[in-house]
Design a protein around this ligand. Structure first.
Ligand SMILES: NC(=O)C1=CN([C@@H]2O[C@H](COP(=O)(O)OP(=O)(O)OC[C@H]3O[C@@H](n4cnc5c(N)ncnc54)[C@H](OP(=O)(O)O)[C@@H]3O)[C@@H](O)[C@H]2O)C=CC1
Ligand SMILES: O=C(O)[C@@H]1CCC=N1
Length: 377
């Protein structure tokens, strides 16, 4: 989200921080008051930024800034903490500080350049969290289509998984579950504690990944979905043993930039995969079927598809923005003896709701099979 508000100019008085920056972190920070923080554009995400700073209209210096809630310190209020790359002879509380804020573009790697990787890469670029030139993707040599797709984003393509690990801060492992052991063997002797490894593979647990890597490797498991491409994704994450609050924050920033992200206990990953990971496919089937219904009743195909798709967008947005239970929203559409009532009755006769419930159950079971190594593919 931040991309649209940067570069950002902020001006205000330096207030006292929490007295822990220089002591605990060896990195003195100048903080703005809560009034200044409250006036930040709502689209400015929490995260790490870079830019320029000037104190009391003096010389301009480089600075790095953290905007966040300080989860490590159980912070309750959002803060802007600015570290100016200059040695000041004395404290400057009460001074006037002006800053210009830009992004630190994160270098992001993908191991496996297929559908999910492409959706995430495009989403991250359009969200402004990175640039194509900061992305490296390792594609299988025969997979020229994926390579072309990454090149068209401005990314560098390699066939060497270790190259990705060496040249990026955050690496997203987006290969099929049965390829994960091959990739882990590839990268085992290259990965260090400097790397954050995010796996989006279905059915592969953090423990299964960690046990193939050196001790204290930083692993996070995410289950995203492909609407990340249009920044309407739904993701969850669970952190591995050696990850830090900064890693959780980085993961949240990344995936929040392309939709929503929730932290969940890892045991919920299989049903999440079955619901939101696979879910877009179910909804595409619904859109296609509804459009077919419209065509059957005489609508032109293009119009029928547009109406069906926008109806799904609208209904989903009603649930997320009004926070009203879908049953109430459904009742609001259903007039006594009207058309909706007839349509709903027909869906009930065809056990459509039971079919969706069973679909999520079956997909969950499939994830469990993969996890137990019963995968035959
Ligand atoms: N697609 C989706 O909607 C979602 C997918 N996921 C997860 O994302 C992962 C990727 O799925 P998806 O993008 O759909 O799959 P794809 O098949 O589209 O992408 C996987 C890519 O990995 C490549 N690959 C194969 N072997 C290697 C290797 N040794 N090193 C590097 N790359 C390799 C494949 O090349 P080739 O085709 O030549 O074999 C392919 O391009 C899966 O684990 C899936 O569970 C999670 C959520 C949603
Ligand atoms: O179908 C699959 O296995 C992957 C996981 C979720 C979506 N696609």
């Amino acid at each position: 989200m931040s991309g649209s508000v940067l570069p950002l100019f902020v001006s205000g008085v330096v207030s006292r921080g929490f007295g822990r920056g220089s002591k605990e972190l060896g990195c003195p920070t100048a903080n703005y008051s809560q009034e200044v923080v409250k006036n930040l554009p709502s689209d400015l995400d929490t995260g790490i930024y870079c830019g320029w700073a000037s104190v009391d209209f003096g010389p301009v210096h480089k600075m790095v800034m953290s905007v966040g809630w300080n989860p490590f310190y159980n912070g309750k209020e959002k803060t802007m903490e600015i570290h100016i790359l200059h040695e000041f002879p004395e404290q400057f509380y009460g001074a006037h500080m002006r800053i210009q804020v830009s992004h630190i573009d994160m270098s992001i790697g993908f191991i496996g350049g297929g559908k999910m990787a492409q959706a995430l890469a495009s989403g991250f670029i359009s969200a402004g969290v990175t640039k194509g030139s900061k992305i490296v993707s390792s594609c299988a040599p025969e997979d020229t289509l994926s390579a072309e797709s990454f090149k068209s984003l401005g990314a560098r393509v390699t066939h060497d998984n270790c190259d990705v690990i060496k040249s990026t801060d955050v690496t997203i492992m987006a290969v099929k579950p049965n390829i994960i052991p091959i990739v882990l063997k590839d990268i085992k002797s290259t990965i260090t504690q400097k790397n954050l490894l995010i796996s989006v593979a279905m059915g592969v647990t953090i423990k299964n990944i960690e046990k193939e890597l050196p001790a204290a490797s930083r692993v996070i498991r995410v289950m995203p979905n492909t609407p990340a491409l249009v920044r309407q994704g739904a993701s969850v994450y669970a952190p591995g043993l050696a990850t830090t609050p900064q890693d959780w924050d980085t993961t949240e920033q990344l995936f929040k930039s392309v939709g929503t992200i929730y932290r969940v206990d890892e045991y919920l990953f299989d049903p999440v995969t079955a619901l939101s990971g696979s879910g877009p496919a179910y909804i595409y089937a619904v859109i296609e079927a509804m459009a077919d219904g419209g065509v059957r009743m005489g609508l032109p195909r293009d119009l029928a598809l547009q109406l069906a798709a926008q109806t799904v967008v609208g209904a989903g947005t009603m649930v997320t923005t009004t926070m009203t239970h879908p049953a109430t929203l459904r009742d609001n559409v259903t007039s006594p003896a009207g058309s909706t009532s007839e349509g709903l009755f027909t869906l009930e006769e065809s056990s459509v709701r039971a079919a969706f419930i069973r679909a999520v159950e079956k997909a969950t079971r499939r994830c469990q099979e993969v996890n137990k190594g019963l995968d035959k593919h």
